[in-house]
Write a protein that binds this ligand. Structure first.
Ligand SMILES: CC(C)(COP(=O)(O)OP(=O)(O)OC[C@H]1O[C@@H](n2cnc3c(N)ncnc32)[C@H](O)[C@@H]1OP(=O)(O)O)[C@@H](O)C(=O)NCCC(=O)NCCS
Length: 170
């Protein structure tokens, strides 16, 4: 399989915050944002693999800023790294100021997807070739995050998490 560039999976979803999607403070529900991020990230994973993809884990979510009713919210998702059948997708969430149109970062998250066949069995995906500096940084850190996610899920022994152990060694 030919490797692909992160840009080939780049996915942008822009939508409004409606009253039915808010909490009593009139800000976007966390669960609604998780769903929007899941949707954008799954499209990115599908574009990369051209396969059915399922969410395997949500590795990191930071709700940094409240997103008020009526906001225009843009969710950007891009693959940072692909392993055998799993893919790490990095998501950035932006809101734009109504008057100036300036964008500010509201949230970010990292999800893992797995490509599967029609019976739900994992299948291989193309590798990723990062190009920009930020893509290279995200690529390099992805194995560490994968190991952490597997340790937390009870699927990898901490003693086998070589990348994590290396963090604490000189
Ligand atoms: C995700 C799923 C396909 C993994 O199946 P599995 O039997 O654990 O398969 P494997 O152990 O072979 O793992 C497949 C890949 O997923 C990765 N993986 C599994 N669990 C993971 C986790 N918690 N974090 C990160 N990666 C994970 C494995 O490391 C492996 O990656 P690799 O092939 O790139 O090396 C399976 O657990 C599943 O179908 N889950 C439900 C998915 C779903 O319904 N999502 C929607 C949520 S409602």
């Amino acid at each position: 399989m030919q490797p692909k560039h992160p840009q080939e999976s780049h996915t942008i979803l822009t939508d409004l915050v409606l009253p039915s999607e808010t909490n009593p403070l009139n800000n976007l529900f966390g669960g609604e944002l998780l769903a929007r991020m899941d949707r954008a990230a799954s499209i990115a994973a599908r574009r990369h693999s051209r396969r059915i993809v399922v969410t395997a884990s949500v590795n990191h979510v930071a709700f940094k800023k409240m997103i008020p009713l009526g906001s225009v919210v843009t969710v950007e998702a891009k693959l940072s790294r692909a392993f055998k059948s799993s893919m790490e997708v990095v998501i950035d969430v932006w809101i734009e100021d109504r008057e100036s149109g300036l964008r500010s970062k509201a949230n970010d998250a990292i999800y893992t997807f797995v490509a599967v066949d029609d019976s739900g069995m994992p299948v291989p995906v193309p590798a990723i070739e990062p190009e920009t500096e930020i893509e290279k940084e995200r690529y390099d850190a992805a194995l560490r995050r994968k190991q952490l996610s597997l340790v937390l899920a009870g699927k990898l022994k901490p003693s086998e998490a070589t990348e994590l152990k290396a963090l604490f060694e000189d």
